[in-house]
Design a protein around this ligand. Sequence first.
Ligand SMILES: Nc1nc2c(ncn2[C@@H]2O[C@H](COP(=O)(O)OP(=O)(O)OP(=O)(O)O)[C@@H](O)[C@H]2O)c(=O)[nH]1
Ligand SMILES: C[C@H](OP(=O)(O)O)C(=O)O
Length: 208
Amino acid sequence: MATPSAAAPGWFGPAAVLVPVKAFADAKLRLSAVLSPGRRADLARRMAEAVVRSGRGLPVAVVCDDREVAAWAREQGALVVWAPGRGLNRAVQQGVAHLAGYGAELVIVAAGDLPLADDLRWVADFAGTTIVPDRRRDGTNVLAVPTSSRFAFSYGPGSFARHLAEARRLGGPVRVVEAPTLGWDVDVPGDLAGVAGAAGMLPPDTAG
Ligand SMILES: Nc1nc2c(ncn2[C@@H]2O[C@H](COP(=O)(O)OP(=O)(O)OP(=O)(O)O)[C@@H](O)[C@H]2O)c(=O)[nH]1
Ligand SMILES: C[C@H](OP(=O)(O)O)C(=O)O
């Protein structure tokens, strides 16, 4: 078990959720053709709220490099890990190290763009690596890693295959779980169909 290197909040436990969230105004640029900047930022924030909510019952941290996101995360009751200008992989690596310092033995990394995200607690019931790929089995929507494993994150197109290979290389139990809810991320306009199933996620007059 990791030795806490900083004062952990009293409610901290052996498993924690980490949600990487970039500045809302810079998020989901691939939706720019169908959403105005304001609506795109609003959608990014609402999806991230759904993901933070899905972690309830576990400690939840948001790793970010934007003051607005940090303030929003605190409002949601999440811890903030500040990882300035480092890109997604290094931000996640830093977030996991930070939570390990608090004593977390398992960190559940959940992307912030999962509008249908539901209860994540089941992920913590497995002492090994859990991967929930996106529904195309291309990207990685949820990735739970034991903090002792020093997992090398490799987000980006095709990350599911790389993360599975990394988990196998490190050894230990590995499971891949395909979940219709957690498997639905929103990257391109066609993915907005999944948002329709999430109440209040987009205003009714929004194109797409
Ligand atoms: N902290 C942090 N989070 C990031 C960074 N890049 C992406 N994220 C978050 O990681 C999750 C998955 O990111 P993507 O699916 O690539 O989403 P995106 O970058 O908003 O999408 P595009 O702008 O369309 O490329 C989302 O919750 C993002 O907010 C980063 O550099 N730092
Ligand atoms: C970050 C990336 O997300 P995508 O943009 O492929 O959904 C991934 O899942 O590795």
